[in-house]
Ligand binder design. Sequence first.
Ligand code: AMP
Length: 208
Amino acid sequence: MGKGTQAKLLSEEYDIPHYSTGDMLRAAIVAHTSLGLKAKAFMDAGQLVPDDVMIGIIRETLATPEASHGFILDGFPRTLPQAEALTQMFKDLGIADYLVINIDLADEEVVRRLSNRVQCPNDGKIFHRELDGVAAGGSCPACGTALIERADDSPATVRARLGVYHAKTSPVLGYYERLGRAVTVDGGASIEEVHHQITHQVNAPGAS
Ligand code: AMP
């Protein structure tokens, strides 16, 4: 939660690409590609898109020249098999330096924040009602299309997503902690403060 905002800031600060698997999937749904058709039902239900699909997307993305000088992964890996596959990809690509940032936020706060989001149905972009000064029915700041509530931000789907997070994604944190690669920051702080905490960790001596 807040990972997209933080990933964008880091991508600008370090001038490296930002790869959000959620954004990629939403763009595929809007474009009606076969990936979009496959992913939509899982996403609308708050479930994860199958590992083989996600691993394939990231493998292709990391092999591009654009990714050769570093990148931010946002929303991947979300399961242990994805994390293990990423470790193998890093080996194959000769990537040894990386850091995993865990943005920690209590479930109730996650629910409160998700209810503040709206989406552009044209390009799939996500906005925050308060931070971006937009509302459902108002215009997308990028393209003017009327904004809607994101399908998977309904209360029932948010509960499903939190359940999936605790069952499938939280073990990923343990995996990276055991590898000594994970750092945790307090997601309850302001956007600027979280960004500061992250860059402090990235620049710390001994950071991977
Ligand atoms: P996000 O925008 O990161 O919250 O992702 C939105 C939705 O896309 C998730 O709830 C999943 O359904 C799907 N998704 C994004 N990334 C992944 C991933 N790495 N593995 C499986 N599903 C994903």
